[in-house]
Design a protein around this ligand. Structure first.
Ligand SMILES: Nc1nc2c(ncn2[C@@H]2O[C@H](COP(=O)(O)OP(=O)(O)OP(=O)(O)O)[C@@H](O)[C@H]2O)c(=O)[nH]1
Length: 390
């Protein structure tokens, strides 16, 4: 799937940077174009891979390159005012060559949380390609203002994008890890999961030696539910055909992979992926549609495994809208199963986020004194009443 990625705010920029690195490392081509937008100059300077001409500093007249300090109302205002500058960078995107936009942002801060929904709305007005979001939820220990930002932004972001893919930092924090210290590890996890999904729809004709390769229209159809999506992943090491003396492949190059074993491995990975830790934990039977991808050396992929995995997912989700296929990666030393659950509705974390946001409004004086940031307008604006999400 060919994507134009736009990273908004610090987390968004870092994750897009990581996606480019992942593509280069794995020979993938999912990121056709990358743009980073920020109100803080230092965050843009820290990027290694997003081309400089595609880095956009907005709000200079308001915050002088110093960021909006978790004020997401200000982040949204600045984005509206400076949307032409963002458009200037989006003009570099070869839109005829992409399948969709992906706007990536942390939901807890000010710039990404405020700006990403504004940009998504704008892109949808201008372009016919789908606009997806990748929203990162803050950890529970980040404080009230981050939760409040996330609750409000999440609501708006879901409304403005064609589908919001969600990653919950909180579900991925390791015991004893402080806020921020695990981001490198977490960002790796994000790009691995989403990278396989997006890479799967990007196998060119020449590489398509898999039995039933996933194409981008299947990903788009799965995401057409709208609402919120989550991803599961599981992998198992295997011996690669080019794996040296111990290789189980014959000297004439033909594979010697036991097909029953390969089938069972795929179905078991699909189960582990769906029942293990999701990017956003949820009840999987609340998914409207799903898609499974089996990736790895082509010799280890087979149609039967994918079919059995699909049947199992149909049973688990109670939906017949389950797509599936494989993503052959010649040099891989793992077989991986990725499950995309789209249009999920029973998500405890989102329900909790909303409750906390409502409580937060009641304790606003306390939060104001804890936060240096101006939250007044955001909280006192009557139009910002919280609506139920599901
Ligand atoms: N997964 C992940 N989450 C991050 C990372 N950096 C920040 N976050 C999360 O994203 C939220 C928003 O932070 P930032 O992206 O730094 O904020 P911003 O959008 O730049 O906004 P301001 O700094 O307020 O201008 C935080 O609450 C964290 O939960 C990162 O590298 N990876």
């Amino acid at each position: 799937m060919k994507l134009a990625m736009i990273g908004f705010g610090q987390a968004g920029g870092k994750i897009v940077d990581k996606f480019i690195e992942y593509d280069r490392r794995t020979g993938g081509e999912a990121v056709r174009s990358a743009v980073a937008v920020n109100t803080a100059k230092a965050d843009l300077v820290g990027l290694d891979h997003v081309p400089e001409e595609n880095q956009v500093l907005i709000g200079q007249s308001r915050v002088k390159g110093h960021g909006v300090g978790a004020d997401n109302e200000l982040g949204a205002e600045i984005t509206e005012e400076d949307i032409d500058e963002v458009q200037g960078a989006v003009d570099n995107v070869p839109v005829h060559d992409i399948d969709a936009f992906l706007v990536v942002a942390g939901m807890g801060g000010g710039t990404g949380s405020g700006g990403a929904p504004v940009l998504a709305k704008y892109l949808k007005r201008i372009y016919t390609e789908p606009v997806y979001g990748l929203g990162v939820l803050p950890g529970r220990d980040e404080g009230g203002i981050y939760t409040l930002n996330a609750a409000r932004s999440f609501q708006t972001f879901v409304r403005e994008v064609d589908n919001l893919l969600v990653f919950d930092n909180d579900a991925w924090r390791e015991a004893g890890e402080s806020v921020g210290s695990g981001y490198d590890r977490i960002n790796e996890e994000i790009v691995r999961r989403f990278g396989i999904l997006f890479g799967a729809g990007e196998v060119s004709g020449d590489d398509a030696v898999g039995e039933s390769v996933v194409d981008s229209s299947e990903i788009i159809n799965t995401l057409a539910t709208g609402g919120v999506s989550t991803i599961g992943y599981a992998a198992e090491e295997v011996e690669n055909p080019s794996g040296g003396l111990l290789s189980r492949f014959k000297s004439d190059g033909t594979e010697d992979v036991d097909s029953t074993h390969a089938t069972n491995r795929i179905t078991s990975l699909v189960r582990k992926a769906a029942l293990g830790r999701l990017t956003l934990p949820c009840e999987i039977d609340s998914a409207e549609r799903s898609l499974l991808v089996a990736s790895g050396p082509p010799e280890y992929l087979n149609r039967k495994g994918v079919e059995k995995g699909r049947k199992w997912l149909e049973n688990q989700t109670g939906s017949m809208e389950v797509r599936g296929g494989d993503y052959p990666v010649e040099d891989a030393d793992q077989v991986a199963g990725v499950v995309l659950l789209s249009g999920v509705s029973q998500v405890p974390r989102v329900e909790e986020l909303q409750e906390v946001a409502v409580e937060t409004q009641d304790n606003i004086d306390e939060i104001r004194s804890q936060s240096q940031e101006s939250t007044t307008e955001l909280i006192e604006d009557d139009d910002n009443e919280l609506d139920p999400l599901f």
